[in-house]
Design a protein. Structure first.
Length: 521
């Protein structure tokens, strides 16, 4: 008996497990979209795994093609691995076979995606033909370093006068759009995408709109709107709707960044809109709590700041040596009761290169876009403006800020000197000039023309209730009789003295022909 025991002990000491060429594990528990898997030794953080759903005739068939159910390894624990299921989590059962794929989660990228609606895994949602791309990009990737980048200096025109004039956005910048719900945040982003139609085809960026936790009806409406305007010819929609799992909502912005990086690496310009990162943070919190990660402030996990910083840091303008491409990010954050000092808003404000703050009070007063000039800022500044816009909009921001101060002050005073009255009237005119209907972005040369004329005092006696009509009529006159000056501004990106003179002539001609729109002294 002792002889047998000694022999067994020796066998145990000398035992070496056979090396497995494939990493195969077994689901121990599965609940709430999280699977605990045993046996996946050596699996990587963020590695793609596949579940054997049993729907095919063999293991190989279940782990490939249409039957494949994907997952992503996120928690590497002492005995098991916690995997987030990226699909129908109901199919995952205890005892199910899981295979590690040996690569980080990636999605298909390429020009084939343009004009399509896809989910966070690059699967088509628009009912069209399946994608046949040649390349896949990892969902997560280290951002380019300082040496590979160059400074932001080329403007990305939004077609919104107030933004292009006072809070300019450059290609490669990260500009936050922040405000309460129903203040026009998505409208600003969609108008920016539509406005790229006004850019020459060679300068037109590829636009990626990432919908995180939005209603499917809203996403469908945006797709139709872009299609009707012809903007889907250069746009990709990545949708993780409110009915999608928290895991797919978490992956959506990273998928959008990965698609944008393909075009940036090819030397092109890309624009990605994350709508919105508040819902993204909530999806990540839900996922983290289910993974039993320790909760921190407001139950968000400790790495919530790192989550958004590593996403937004991928926006860049590459040096000429790296191809000169750019990826511009427009993240959107929804605030509660105009509180920009809340946890997630302050995080994203500190990561980005400026913010466009939309205020509920201004929106309700009919000032749309409801941009608060005092709080909104672009840390790139006039570096991302053309010479023409710098000339006409240099004092615009200061004048409007002064007007807001005076407007509050004069409520308590009835006797005003002439200078104060003049400033208030000028401020009121500029507020009216900067108002703009949604989905009507203006070309850069028209923005320059109207801001120049308003700043020159030629429209000072305009009837404030008819400013929109005046603007429309002035543009109609310019297009019919002074089209050359608009073309010159668009091509030269400058406002020469000759162009200024012609614009003043056009304004004088319009005033003479439309006296009913102006108040006579």
């Amino acid at each position: 008996m002792e002889h047998i025991v000694e022999k067994l002990k020796k066998q145990i000491v000398d035992f070496t497990p056979k090396a497995r060429s494939e990493k195969i594990g077994v689901v121990v528990t599965a609940a709430d979209g999280i699977a605990e898997v045993d046996g996946l030794d050596g699996v990587m953080m963020g590695e793609m795994v596949m579940f054997d759903t049993g729907e095919g005739e063999s293991l190989e068939e279940n782990l490939s093609g249409e039957n494949a159910l994907l997952g992503m390894a996120l928690n590497l624990e002492e005995d098991t691995v916690k995997v987030v299921v990226l699909g129908d989590a109901v199919k995952v059962k205890e005892g199910m076979t899981v295979k590690a794929m040996g690569s980080i989660l990636s999605i298909p990228v390429g020009p084939e995606l343009v004009g399509r609606v896809v989910n966070s895994l690059g699967e088509v949602l628009d009912g069209g033909i399946p994608l046949n791309t040649k390349q896949r990009n990892p969902i997560e990737r280290k951002a380019y370093g300082v040496i590979e980048r160059k400074s932001v200096s080329t403007p990305l025109h939004t077609g919104i006068k107030a933004i292009d004039g006072m809070v300019p956005i450059g290609r490669g910048q990260r500009e936050l759009i922040i405000g309460d719900r129903q203040t026009g945040k998505t409208v600003v982003a969609i108008d920016t995408i539509i406005n790229q139609l006004n850019e020459p085809v060679k300068d037109r960026p590829i636009c990626i709109y990432v919908a995180i936790g939005q209603k499917e009806s809203k996403v469908a409406r945006i797709v139709q709107q872009l299609r009707d305007r012809g903007a889907m010819d250069y746009t990709i929609i990545v949708s993780a709707s409110s009915s999608s799992s928290a895991a797919l909502q978490f992956l959506a912005p990273f998928a959008g960044a990965a698609i944008g990086e393909y075009f940036m690496d090819a030397g092109k310009d890309a624009l990605v809109v994350y709508d919105d990162l508040s819902k993204h943070a909530i999806a990540y919190r839900q996922m983290s709590l289910l993974l039993r990660r320790p909760p921190g402030r407001e139950a968000y996990p400790g790495d919530i700041f790192y989550l958004h910083s590593r996403l937004l840091e991928r926006a860049a303008r590459l040096s000429d040596k790296m191809g000169g491409g750019s990826l511009t990010a427009l993240p959107i954050i929804e605030t509660q009761e105009n509180d920009v000092s809340a946890y997630i808003p302050t995080n994203v404000i500190s990561i980005t290169d400026g913010q466009i703050y939309l205020e509920t009070d201004l929106f309700n007063k009919g000032i749309r876009p409801a941009i608060n000039v005092g709080v909104s800022v672009s840390r790139v500044g006039s570096s991302a403006q053309t010479k023409a816009m710098k000339k006409v909009a240099g004092k615009l921001r200061l004048e409007l800020a002064q007007f807001r101060e005076l407007e509050a002050f004069v409520q308590f005073s009835s006797d005003l000197d002439e200078d104060t009255k003049r400033r208030i009237e000028k401020g009121k005119l500029m507020v009216e000039i900067l108002k703009q209907d949604k989905n009507v972005p203006l070309s850069f040369e028209k923005e320059v023309a109207i801001i120049f004329i308003a700043g020159s005092g030629l429209f000072d006696n305009a009837d404030k209730s008819k400013v929109a009509e005046i603007e429309k009529g002035f543009f109609a006159l310019c297009e019919s009789q002074y089209a050359e000056v608009l073309r010159t501004i668009a091509e030269s990106k400058d406002l020469s003295e000759d162009s200024q003179k012609i614009l003043k002539e056009a304004a004088a001609a319009f005033k003479a022909a439309s006296k009913e729109l102006f108040v006579t002294a």
